[in-house]
Write a protein that binds this ligand. Structure first.
Ligand code: PLP
Length: 405
């Protein structure tokens, strides 16, 4: 038989969060080794249980959830999302503008597939949540990475965005609050991004899946609330704000001036129809979540478990010589920098693998988030305090031995 090759479409597609180093970690676990995992933002596996209210309502509705639903989602879920847009001061979103999906992940793929032709360019942040870059590539587009500036709290570098616009640019992606940096974008930055999109006729994609995972009283502004003209696709879901990654319940809505976008919206509708519908039990969790009281607020408030773990992880990691880190204002992540003079790393995937083999701690390398230099890593601060302490003690020990090489 001829070799069976993967499609050429996958040539530039990469998703390192679940890449080769994770496979190595799995092999080590199969051999009976215990690994401290600071690699994936999966809340439930660290004892952040999903709200009981959501679980009970999903169980109650299970008998009603055996059939396919409308491709864009069940009425109650879409209505709840519509109310959510009203609470976020986003104007004019109707039931018809809302799509429920199997998590934000599926909707990112649908949104990019419906938009892009070969050669079209999309501005994606660096660092990014790498699914965005992968989805642009898989859809035949070309990701162009604009830099976020570590020296300016990881905010998007607006000049770099402007410099990277070409006649082929179709869209700009923002991830706000940001994975992996934990930055939250102030209104003036969002307004500048809208001005750029308006000037160049770009669609704005706003991934806001962490919009309740906020610390220190910081406020989140939905970019869609700041314009009624720029075509904006906002994405959100239950995975993070409601600690329910496994229920695969997400949504996306279109706002701004839809009049010139009828054809694109037809494309979204068609792709939503082709996969019939999102999993229906998960959809039943959405109304309960958005109307309920059991969000993540207590965990992120001062003294809450997530807030304490963020503070602890930040304090311990920045106490290591040559490690600096912008303190995250949101999310479950931080993106520390290793001083290249002290740690002359050339291949950060190898570096992360060496750490895993030596100390049984799993991180993800910065280049896995399309960061252009091998001098960062992402740390997930979900494990309990004692595990976080132990993991960062081991990272410090590994870095000390690295400095002595
Ligand atoms: N967007 C961002 C920024 C994420 O960090 C993640 C998951 O980590 C997702 C989307 C995927 O979310 P979902 O579980 O809704 O597919």
């Amino acid at each position: 038989m001829k070799p069976v090759l993967k499609s050429n479409k996958l040539a530039n597609v990469c998703y390192d969060i679940r890449g080769p180093v994770l496979q190595q970690a799995k092999r080590m676990e199969d051999e009976g080794l215990k690994i401290i995992k600071l690699n994936i933002g999966n809340l439930a596996s660290f004892g952040f249980d999903s709200p009981e209210e959501i679980q009970l309502d999903m169980i109650r509705n299970l008998p009603n959830a055996a059939g396919y639903s409308d491709s864009k989602g069940i009425f109650s879920a879409r209505k709840a999302v519509m109310h959510y847009t009203q609470q976020k001061n986003i104007k004019g979103v109707t039931l018809d503008d809302i799509y429920i999906g199997n998590g934000v992940s599926e909707l990112i793929a649908i949104a990019m597939n419906a938009l892009l032709n070969t050669g079209d360019e999309v501005l994606v942040p660096a660092p990014d949540y790498p699914l965005w870059t992968a989805a642009v590539s898989l859809s035949g587009g070309t990701p162009q990475h604009y830099l976020c500036d570590e020296n300016n709290g990881w905010l998007p570098d607006l000049d770099d965005i402007r410099a990277k616009i070409t006649p082929h640019t179709r869209a700009i992606v923002i991830i706000n609050p940001n994975n992996p940096t934990g930055a939250v974008y102030p209104e003036n930055v969002l307004r500048e991004i809208l001005a750029i999109a308006r000037q160049h006729g770009l669609v704005v994609y706003a991934d806001e899946v962490y919009d309740k995972v906020l610390y220190d009283g910081v406020k989140h502004t939905a970019i869609a609330s700041l314009s009624e003209d720029v075509l904006t696709i906002s994405l959100n879901g239950l995975s993070k704000n409601y600690r329910s990654c496994g229920y695969r319940a997400g949504w996306m809505f279109v706002s701004g001036d839809r009049s010139a976008a009828r054809d694109y919206i037809e494309g979204l509708d068609m792709l939503a129809s082709m996969r019939l519908c999102a999993n229906v039990p998960g959809q039943y969790g959405i109304q309960t979540a958005l109307g309920g009281y059991q969000s993540i607020d207590d965990l992120v408030a001062p003294g809450g478990r997530l807030c304490r773990q963020r503070d602890l992880a930040h304090e311990l990691i920045t106490a290591i010589p040559g490690v600096t880190c912008v303190k995250p204002q949101a999310t479950l992540y931080m993106f520390p920098r290793l001083d290249p003079e002290m740690y002359p790393i050339t291949n950060d995937q190898e570096f992360i693998k060496e750490l895993l083999l030596a100390e049984r701690v799993l991180l993800v390398q910065g280049t896995g988030f399309n960061w252009p230099y091998p001098d960062h890593f992402r740390l997930v601060f979900l494990p309990h305090e004692e595990d976080l302490r132990e993991a960062i003690t081991r990272i410090a020990r590994f870095l000390e031995s690295y400095r002595k090489r």
